[in-house]
Design a protein. Structure first.
Length: 1155
């Protein structure tokens, strides 16, 4: 054969050194072995497989000729399926995810012949299952079967040096690879036939077997101990060889991983049984004790790896009249010998360690205890992690009756454990401690214990089982994947999450299996050496080592995310503390619990519970899980009855919507937070059902953070593109306002944001609604979308109209009708009409509360024709959202056919803020405009400038301190600020003493007026002493006096003005702190009362007096309700003292002397 040709074929098959491989192939004569270079492509490491094959060249074909026989050749393999043709007996399910009750038959390819039809030879003694025969009964070897066997052989040799070594010692063991894989598992503990087969291998008389009950068997077995141990170990490796061959050639290894782990577990437990009988045969007096081996951990869950330690606990009882002490002493000798049989150095390699550290008292406790001693320990001293470990307990070998009793007696303790104090917290701490045992350099590599590793899945599943399993026997499974499926079916975890965890866990277990198969030793770390990484990548079906490393990182990240979302659910600690009667929601017990929790109407609450849990839908089943815990969460709020009632309304509105209940169960703090806000706030209880997706915001604090104005503007623009009518555009803005008010309300009620943040966000929510309404009015008048966003429209003029901006007012004593006269003259041809909304009052200061009025005025101007808005002419306050390039470079726009009336634009803007019932209206007060209600709704820039220069009164200049453009033309807004800045921030000689006195007198008149609502003035948080008005007027007076000289005072914000005054030395720092604290406290109380009541109105500005409402307000503020008023009044009194000194200039006597 051409050397270059064979080398290229070998390279294509994955050999890293094709030249050396070609030389080995030439010496081997691959054709004689019925192999080709392409056959090695199945190997994880073709070079390793070829070297191992060369090592076995002389012995393997002779020991297993049928594997390499040509088509039509004869074969000597006995049985009709090759190895161990016996079929497993039918069995039931013992409730722990295991088959049981049937006879034991074949595993992979029937590798455990024994009780069924005899199979091919294992190891250490030739054929174990029967004599020579033919593969298919006709003496004709199957070509396909031989090729499949060779594939299994090469796959094993290409990965596992340990199994290659086994074949070198026992080449006849390769016969187990001849049979086609069978993925049945027995689900049973070891039985006596294992030892009978050992006796057969050792040539002991059949009549002396254990079934005969003769002492001669034990004596013969004891004399042959060394050979028996070697045979036992060799047979174990042969069976692992069969499993590995099937595993490594499975079309979808991830799919058969549970069966692989189950079959390994079967082999281990059978080996335990055989080893135990060997140990008993060697131990004098063994008949005096009953001894059972209890499998724990992965052995108990029947999910063992290829190289796991085997976790066991031993339980013994005296037989007959033997004393307990003697029985335990003998039992201890037996189990010590058992450990030596499976793990001590010998003629055949040790199998695995028997780990007994899960026994009571761990390494310090006795190896063997009686059942009563075990139970006494667990009932008295057992720790949370020990009950978690007992979840996996299962009888493995020895006295079956005693083993079953152990499992039966300890199982109730497992399901009661979650009621122990801090059980869930202990489990979480245990997971953290496990992670901390990993060396820092291995944190990201540990497949089993690291973040996102196997333990994350196992701990997650076990915690859910332990919390919910006491009320649901269906999830009491010891196998991880069986438990995961049961949890999904029981609605304790979403089907999607369960499927993801199942898929990811299988993949990580497959990875762990391949790492361990190399040497049949534990290999917990992901490989970093290039050769091993490449080998494992090929074994996992990945294209390259780096691809496997990236997938490992991805899988770990996904596992960790699911683990954190489920393992740290707030629901779990609360659910763990419930009694069984609490969980059951049985009517009588539920009534008593509701009464004890403080529900005022337990019968009504029972009606809500019945409505929420009625039926057998997945939603109702999740509700039955959640409600026992949520009832307590509602009760921790000020009004549990209202909270439960609101929850029912919300749930009925959601109907069978799939995500809703799932979000409550899986969404971290969502359920608890929902209970909190529903029991605190009438406003939120009313608004959440109108926007159910808001429930999902409760999952994370960042979802509750108010959206920035640029985000809202971008969202409005995107929504506007999908709206056809002007009203729909306006409604989009009002929707955004409603949505953001709800978001801000949730964040406020949960303490996620402070008062300043909330008020700024509430103001911006109203801004976006006004912006949308103005755009709607412009679009209705004929403006393009780009023009409307930029706040202008092109309009035609009458033929006799002059060109240029209108020049202002026709002078009169107060400038009456100036703008109307201008409109009567018409508009210049080809000119644009710009319009801008100026926010005033708390809206202008970005200090709006939930119940604040919205004050605004309109300003406009005509200008020369312009192109569509570019970045420099975008809508006010939306620097990020400029017109696109195709708009900013467009040609001249076509003006609308008719002239546009600015008054109509303003009127339509207000109309769009009110029209339509789909969204709440936004009421705008325009009385702060020049001339108030007598003046035009919209005023030109020139007219406004003339008015403020000639006619503005002191209070109007004071009102301008809060003026801020918020919608429409940005350039016009900036121009308006230039007009008003000299009036609100007067330069030298500044604000006169006369004007100061005028401001003070005006404030006194307001104080003397009857406060709305007729309540006590000291309890009015807006107009009362030390309230919002006191502090705002104080800040504004300082601005009027000093802003001309102190730039920091040129702000519309009260708090910023006070801070700037303190920084400039105008206001003492302690005084500024007192004022700011009182202002924030007053705003917080006012907003909290609105949230609690769900409505505004005159009475909402007073401190609450009703105890129930005070409890709600206090809960929102995070303090006892009885302390809310006291804290406010103290802050207000201190603030009033500062106001009297700073605003009224009086120390310390009453400001009324100024009157």
């Amino acid at each position: 054969m051409n050397r270059n040709s064979i080398s290229s074929r070998l390279r294509a098959a994955g050999f890293t050194d094709p030249q050396r491989a070609a030389r080995i192939c030439a010496s081997l004569d691959l054709e004689a072995l019925r192999l080709s270079p392409e056959d090695f492509a199945i190997c994880a490491d073709p070079d390793r497989a070829l070297l191992a094959l060369a090592r076995l060249e002389k012995t393997l074909p002779a020991a297993v000729p049928q594997m390499f026989a040509p088509a039509g050749g004869t074969s000597d393999v006995s049985g009709d399926t090759g190895v161990g043709g016996g079929a497993a007996g039918a069995g039931g399910n013992d409730g722990n995810g295991r088959g049981g009750g049937g006879g034991t038959g074949g595993e992979v390819g029937g590798t455990s012949g024994g009780a069924g039809a005899a199979g091919a030879a294992g190891a250490g003694g030739g054929a174990e299952g029967g004599g020579a025969g033919d593969v298919d009964g006709a003496g004709i070897a199957s070509e396909a079967g031989g090729q499949a066997a060779r594939q299994r052989l090469l796959a094993v040799l290409g990965l596992s040096t340990a199994l290659a070594d086994h074949l070198a010692r026992h080449p006849e063991a390769a016969q187990v690879l001849l049979a086609a894989p069978r993925w049945e598992t027995s689900g049973q503990a070891g039985t006596a036939w294992e030892v009978e087969r050992l006796a057969e291998n050792l040539g002991l008389p059949e009549t002396s077997g254990p079934a005969a009950g003769g002492a001669q068997f034990s004596a013969n077995l004891a004399r042959s101990s060394g050979a028996a141990i070697a045979s036992l170990r060799a047979r174990y490796c042969s069976e692992i060889l069969a499993i590995a061959g099937a595993d490594l050639t499975a079309p979808a290894a991830v799919e058969v991983m549970p069966q692989v782990a189950g079959q390994i577990s079967d082999v281990v437990t059978r080996t335990l049984e055989a080893g135990l009988q060997l140990a008993q045969a060697e131990t004098p007096g063994a008949e005096k004790t009953r001894l059972a081996v209890i499998a724990m951990g992965k052995t108990g869950g029947r999910e063992l790896n290829y190289a796991s330690d085997v976790d066991v606990i031993y339980v013994a009882e005296p037989r007959g009249q033997v004393s307990e002490a003697e029985a335990l002493h003998i039992a201890e000798k037996i189990v010590v010998r058992l450990a030596q049989i499976v793990s001590q150095a010998g003629a055949e390699p040790a199998l695995w360690a028997l780990d007994t550290n899960l026994r009571p008292e761990g390494g310090r406790g006795p190896l063997v205890r009686t059942l009563a001693s075990h139970l006494d320990y667990y009932r008295t001293w057992g720790q949370s992690w020990e009950f978690q470990a007992l979840l996996k307990a299962w009888f493995a070998a020895g006295d079956r009756e005693l083993g079953a009793a152990y499992v039966e007696e300890t199982r109730p303790l497992v399901w009661q454990a979650s009621q122990r104090p801090d059980f869930v917290e202990d489990a979480r701490a245990m997971r953290q401690r496990v992670e901390e045992t990993i060396a820092s350099q291995d944190q990201e590599l540990h497949v089993k214990l690291g973040r996102g590793g196997l333990r994350d899945v196992e701990f997650t599943v076990q915690l859910l089982q332990l919390v919910h399993g006491r009320a649901d026997p269906n999830i009491r499974q010891s196998n991880t994947l069986a438990a995961l499926q049961a949890l999904a079916e029981g609605t304790y975890i979403s089907r999607q999450d369960a499927a993801s965890l199942d898929r990811l866990y299988r993949w990580e277990r497959c990875l762990e299996h391949r790492l361990q198969l190399q040497r049949l030793r534990r290999a917990p770390l992901f490989p970093t050496q290039e050769g091993e990484l490449r080998r494992i990548a090929r074994a996992m079906g990945e294209m390259s080592g780096p691809a496997l490393a990236e997938k490992f990182r991805t899988v770990r990240r996904q596992v960790r995310g699911l683990h954190e979302n489920i393992f740290y659910r707030p629901l779990l600690p609360a659910a763990a503390q419930l009694s069984e009667s609490d969980i059951s929601l049985e009517r009588g017990a539920a009534f008593d619990r509701l009464s004890a929790l403080g529900y005022r109407d337990p019968r009504g609450a029972l009606g809500h519970i019945a409505a929420l849990t009625r039926g057998y839908s997945r939603t109702a089943r999740i509700a039955r899980q959640l409600l026992p815990v949520m009832l307590g969460w509602f009760a921790s709020g000020p009004d549990p009855d209202a909270g439960l009632r609101a929850f029912r309304i919300l749930s009925e509105k959601m109907g069978s919507t799939s995500w809703y209940m799932r979000e409550l169960r899986d969404g971290g703090p969502v359920a608890q937070r929902l209970c909190t806000v529903l029991a605190r706030s009438e406003f939120l209880a009313r608004e959440i059902p109108e926007l159910p997706e808001s429930v999902a915001w409760l999952a994370r604090d960042e979802h509750l953070q108010p959206r920035t104005f640029s985000q809202l503007t971008a969202e409005l623009e995107a929504m506007g593109e999908r709206r056809e009518t002007s009203l729909e555009i306006a409604l989009a803005g009002r929707f955004l306002r409603r949505r953001e008010r709800l978001r801000i309300g949730l964040a406020t009620a949960l303490g996620v944001i402070d008062t300043e943040t909330a008020r700024r966000a509430l103001s911006q929510a109203t801004h976006i609604a006004i912006q949308a309404a103005l755009q709607a009015a412009l679009r209705e008048a004929g403006a393009s979308p780009a023009q409307a966003r930029a706040g202008y429209i092109r309009t035609r003029r009458k033929d006799n109209a002059p060109r240029g901006e209108d020049t202002g007012m026709n002078t009169g004593p107060r400038g009456e009708n100036t703008d109307i006269g201008c409109q009567e003259r018409g508009n210049p041809r080809g000119e644009t009409l710009e319009i801008c909304v100026i926010a005033m009052g708390s809206l202008g200061g970005e200090e709006s509360g939930f119940a604040s009025d919205a004050d605004a005025l309109f300003v406009y101007r005509y200008g020369p024709e312009k192109r569509a808005a570019g970045p420099e002419e975008s809508a006010f306050c939306t620097e990020e959202s400029a017109a696109g390039p195709e708009e900013s470079t467009s040609s001249m726009e076509t003006p609308v056919e008719n002239s546009v009336d600015p008054q109509q634009l303003a009127s339509r803007t207000l109309h769009f803020l009110r029209e339509g019932s789909a969204e709440p209206p936004v009421e705008i007060d325009t009385d702060l405009r020049p001339e108030g209600k007598q003046g035009p709704l919209a005023r030109s820039l020139a007219s406004s400038a003339s008015y403020y220069q000639e006619w503005a009164q002191t209070w109007e200049k004071q009102a301008l301190l809060r003026a801020r453009p918020i919608a429409g033309s940005q350039t016009l807004g900036l121009a308006f600020r230039e007009v008003i800045d000299p009036h609100r921030y007067p330069a030298a000689p500044g604000f006169s003493a006369r004007e100061v006195t005028e401001v003070r007198r005006m404030k006194l008149r307001i104080e003397k007026e009857r406060i709305p609502g007729g309540g006590r003035a000291t309890h009015h948080v807006k107009l009362g002493p030390g309230g919002l008005a006191d502090i705002e007027w104080t800040a504004q007076l300082l601005q009027l006096q000093y802003a001309g000289q102190v730039p920091g005072l040129r702000t519309t914000s009260t708090v910023e003005a006070l801070r700037a005054a303190a920084q400039a030395g105008i206001l003492r720092a302690p005084d500024a702190s007192e004022l700011i604290e009182a202002w924030q406290r007053a705003g917080a109380v006012r907003d909290a009362r609105f949230l609690a009541r769900g409505t505004g109105g005159p009475k909402a500005d007073y401190l609450a007096t009703d105890p129930a409402e005070l409890a709600r307000v206090g809960a929102i503020l995070g303090e006892p309700g009885r302390e809310v008023n006291e804290h406010y009044l103290k802050a207000a009194r201190r603030a009033r003292q500062v106001v009297e000194r700073v605003f009224y200039g009086q120390e310390p006597h009453s400001p009324t002397a100024l009157a």
